[in-house]
Design a protein around this ligand. Structure first.
Ligand code: CP
Ligand code: NVA
Length: 320
């Protein structure tokens, strides 16, 4: 039984296996196999979603499954029925589940008690499906692998999206620079889980504005200076400054992250032809300016479209 709960648990070979099957799903959208015929999958979401919800609903249907969308508040889960009981009930009726929620522990518990393939469609800790899509999108446009390239993440480096990037960097062997104020750097615990073997307790070095580590076959750099972080980058990447669940901190975050915007000045620091991506939704004038968003709209909306093709590759890998 395979799940996709965290990129931490996916080997480099399995990531490659998933990524390698995306072009066939993309090129053969109308004609590819329907390995889920006769199955019913559910999406159980406690947070808003446009791309993840629609790409999984459409993707699962195009692979032959019937799909239920369950807003977590509409089922008894929302009134306090334990995850493990919900999982044991749904596991007897469904063939697979795609879950978007707050606590990572909840998707882990669901997978354990349901006994059906389970996908993390975003938690507070990770967004594995998004990062697999981003890597595919980068490689599709670049015509080469991401290994050895420089990815600069700009913004809240302590949220779910950069955490999944960190696991990917360590496994696939690229350099991930995380440009953020120190208060938004990922925790030493996360860095250790990503494969940093050296002393990565940057909290013990209060004055440090840059930290650079070997992580697995990759490199992870934490850096306050966003311009230095962008230098010669192959990919500039950003995400919202206020993730779902952090709304109470919005005013503080907007102040703290104000200097961490992807804009023309940053693009000029990067490699000529740099790809600019955003997992979306985008807040123009905050993490990215309008002109940069529009100049790179083709890449960004191809990235969004690719969610569909990559979700299929993920599910096919899980049920193979
Ligand atoms: N990028 C992403 O996961 O978008 P949604 O929140 O719309 O699903
Ligand atoms: N970090 C963002 C990602 C949205 C797709 C959030 O969790 O809201």
């Amino acid at each position: 039984m395979k799940h996709l709960l965290s990129l931490e648990a996916v080997s480099a070979a399995d990531m490659r296996d998933i990524l390698d099957s995306v072009p066939a799903f993309k090129a053969g959208r109308a004609t590819h196999a329907r390995p889920l015929a006769g199955q019913t999958w559910a999406l159980i979401f406690s947070k808003s979603s446009t791309r993840t919800r629609v790409s999984f609903e459409v993707g699962l249907r195009e692979m032959g499954a019937d799909v239920l969308f369950l807003n977590a508040n509409d089922i008894q889960l929302g009134r306090g029925e334990p995850i493990r009981d919900t999982a044991r009930v749904l596991g007897r009726m469904l063939h697979g589940a795609v879950i978007r929620t707050f606590a990572q522990a909840d998707v882990v518990e669901f997978a354990r008690f349901s006994g059906i393939p389970t996908v993390n469609a975003l938690t507070d800790d990770e967004h594995p499906c998004q990062i697999l899509t981003d890597i595919h999108t980068f490689e599709e446009a670049a015509g080469e692998r991401i290994t050895g390239k420089v990815v600069t993440f700009v913004g809240d480096a302590a949220c779910n999206v950069p955490a999944s990037w960190a696991f990917a960097a360590a496994k696939l062997g690229f350099e991930l620079r995380m440009a953020a104020p120190r208060a938004y750097w990922p925790s030493p615990g996360l860095l250790r889980r990503a494969g940093v073997a050296s002393d990565c307790d940057w909290t013990a070095r209060p004055g440090a504005v840059t930290e650079r580590y070997t992580a697995g076959s990759g490199v992870i750099e934490l850096i306050e200076d966003v311009r230095l972080a962008a230098r010669r980058a192959d990919l500039l990447y950003t995400d919202v400054w206020v993730s779902m669940g952090k709304e109470a901190e919005a005013a503080q975050r907007l102040r703290d992250l104000a200097g961490y915007q992807v804009n023309a000045e940053l693009v000029a620091m990067a490699k000529p032809g740099v790809q600019v991506m955003h997992c979306l939704p985008a807040y123009r004038g905050k993490e990215i300016d309008d002109a940069t968003m529009e100049a790179h709209a083709d890449t960004i909306f191809t990235e969004a479209e690719n969610r569909l093709h990559v979700q299929k590759a993920i599910v096919a890998w899980m049920v193979r």
